[in-house]
Design a binder for this molecule. Structure first.
Ligand code: MN
Length: 566
């Protein structure tokens, strides 16, 4: 846990970035060490070890100095009561903003009964606003998972599930395959303890046997490739990850003999041409299994993964999987988005990738980020490209119980209320956002905790139509308003009055007192001793017309009143 080991890792990827970056990391290191002084992890380790490991992981992912500093400081707001302003003053806005982002993510909690997992994943991206915040959170979670055995059992399962359902898929989508796999493997024993034990007891022997087998064929492969004119950068044996093996076994009746890629031979070469050359050479040596040749170079997986896969009938006719890719592709597969953009992308990648990802919006963001990296290859611009508003058209807010509600941008507490339940919307009289009273036309932001204040017997106001954004709310407000007041009806009164000064005024006063608007007034037979007044009025309900008529009849001078509904 020395500053030097951290700085060494940083300098490996940023040799030219000189003193500024290193100074920032040094200061964050000292600050965090002091802030967490005396605090212990549940393992008994110093708390500082956690933030140190988080920072080190970020350095390994080649993230910049601000991210590494934020990694060191990521628990200082929440666990040490350090104010954001203090961090801003000490380390600048950028680092403080990253720490603040990570702190905000901390308030999101996964609940098993919450079916809205996809929204929660999106919300994490929406709140982050800067992919570096997500990377810090992933590094934080990776270390927490590695030390999960020290956490009380009741909490273990929740954290493991959250990791499996939320963070591993996010890593996967960002192309951080190996991080996703590692998180899943770390969570596996806590989520499916029996299956994990079964696998451990039954797989070890197969793994060892496969390993020996591949060692035996490696010289044959090398010799054959040499003849074909290719010298691989490396050949290794990749043992299939436990959790993905488990998922595959479930599909194959737990029959290990059906799993050909229990351990795959991985061949890393320098160029794409060599990838295809190696594939051809292997197929020359051993016949491929039909349907098992996958060209993820021409058609990358949705998360950008590129490689050639083939399963061949190898020595002793044993099905054996080979994976062939370039060093860049390998780096990308291991570290994903974080690392990949530091390499020049091959021009045709983007084009080929578009076929595979056309229908996946999320992948398009990753693709877009890569394109930005191509357009702005400098480091500062790259960081700007990480500040991305993933969901410019959606906001993700929380109920007081932590359920995620997904709404369009500009949505208000009324939209939220109707999304929760029609009754909540109809009875809504006020709202609190993050514990503060707000007006009902308040625009919600991602991450807001929204509480609706209701009152029994209340009805929605037609005025809400002015600001609500969701069609759902609009429809329900309309429906409710109409239920309360059926379409306004008009009545036409025919009133015969004796000539009396003020009679018309008295009649009109009746309408005014009853808040009924008049849309027409005519007097006929001016010369007659009993002129007729015709009044058209919006009386609303039919029963009111009768009521008003009786009132008019009582006016002095009125001889006759009749009405018809028009
Ligand atoms: Mn932490």
């Amino acid at each position: 846990m020395t500053i030097d080991s951290l700085l060494n890792e940083y300098r490996r990827h940023f040799p030219a970035n000189g003193d500024d970056g290193q100074n920032l990391i040094r200061r964050a290191f000292a600050f965090a060490k002091n802030a967490h002084k005396g605090q212990k992890r549940q393992s008994g380790d110093e708390y500082f070890s956690h933030v140190f490991e988080t920072a080190k992981q970020l350095a390994r992912w080649r993230l910049d100095a601000a991210s590494i500093a934020a990694g060191l400081l990521h628990d200082s707001i929440e666990d040490c009561g350090v104010a954001r302003e203090t961090l801003e003053k000490e380390f600048g806005e950028e680092t403080a903003g990253l720490v603040d982002g990570v702190t905000k993510l901390g308030s999101l909690k996964y609940r098993e009964e919450d079916a809205n997992i996809e929204s929660l994943r999106k919300m994490i991206l929406a709140i982050s606003k800067d992919l570096r915040v997500v990377f810090i959170k992933l590094a934080d979670r990776l270390h927490n998972m590695k030390t999960l055995s020290f956490v009380p059992p009741a909490k273990q399962r929740r954290i493991a599930l959250e990791t499996n359902e939320i963070y591993a898929p996010i890593a996967e989508r960002l192309g951080m395959q190996s991080v996703a796999g590692e998180l899943e493997d770390l969570a596996f024993p806590y989520i499916h303890p029996e299956a994990y034990r079964w696998l451990k007891d039954n797989v070890r022997e197969s793994y060892d046997e496969r390993q020996r087998y591949l060692k035996k064929i490696e010289p044959i492969v090398r010799e054959h490739l040499r003849k074909a004119g290719v010298v691989p950068l490396s050949i290794d044996y990749r043992a299939k990850r436990f959790f993905s093996l488990y998922k595959k076994l479930l599909r194959y009746d737990m029959n290990l003999d059906q799993i050909y890629d229990l351990i795959a031979m991985r061949i890393i070469v320098s160029t794409i041409d060599e990838c295809y050359l190696v594939l051809g050479a292997i197929h020359q040596l051993w016949p491929p299994m039909p349907g098992k040749i996958k060209d993820y170079i021409a058609l990358p997986k949705p998360n950008g993964y590129q490689s050639l896969h083939t399963t061949v009938f190898c020595v002793d006719n044993r099905p054996t999987e080979f994976q062939i890719r370039t060093h860049d592709m390998h780096e990308h597969a291991e570290n994903g988005t974080a690392a990949h953009w530091f390499y020049e992308s091959k021009k045709h990648d983007a084009k080929a990738a578009q076929h595979a990802i056309a229908d996946s919006k999320e992948v398009l963001w990753v693709q877009q980020l890569k394109e930005w990296q191509n357009q702005f290859p400098g480091s500062q611009e790259f960081i700007e490209a990480l500040k991305v508003d993933f969901f410019s058209d959606r906001v993700f807010v929380l109920t007081p119980k932590g359920k995620v509600i997904d709404l369009p941008t500009g949505a208000t507490p009324v939209d939220f209320a109707y999304k929760v339940h029609t009754d909540v919307g109809d009875a809504c009289v006020g709202a609190k956002v993050n514990n503060k009273i707000v007006p009902l036309d308040f625009q919600l932001q991602s991450g807001d905790v929204v509480q609706i204040l209701t009152q029994k017997g209340k009805h929605p106001s037609e005025d809400w139509m002015r600001f609500v954004k969701t069609n759902e709310a609009k429809k329900k407000i309309k429906a409710s308003v109409h239920k309360k007041e059926p379409r306004a009806r008009k009545a036409e009164y025919r009133i015969v009055v004796a000539k009396r000064i003020g009679a018309v005024k008295d009649i009109l006063a009746i309408f005014a007192r009853n808040k009924i608007s008049i849309s027409g007034l005519r007097t006929t037979d001016e010369k007659s001793p009993f002129p007729t007044i015709k009044v058209a009025a919006d009386i609303g309900a039919k029963e009111r017309a009768e009521e008003i008529m009786l009132k008019i009849r009582k006016i002095d001078g009125v001889r006759e009143v009749g009405y018809k509904i028009i």
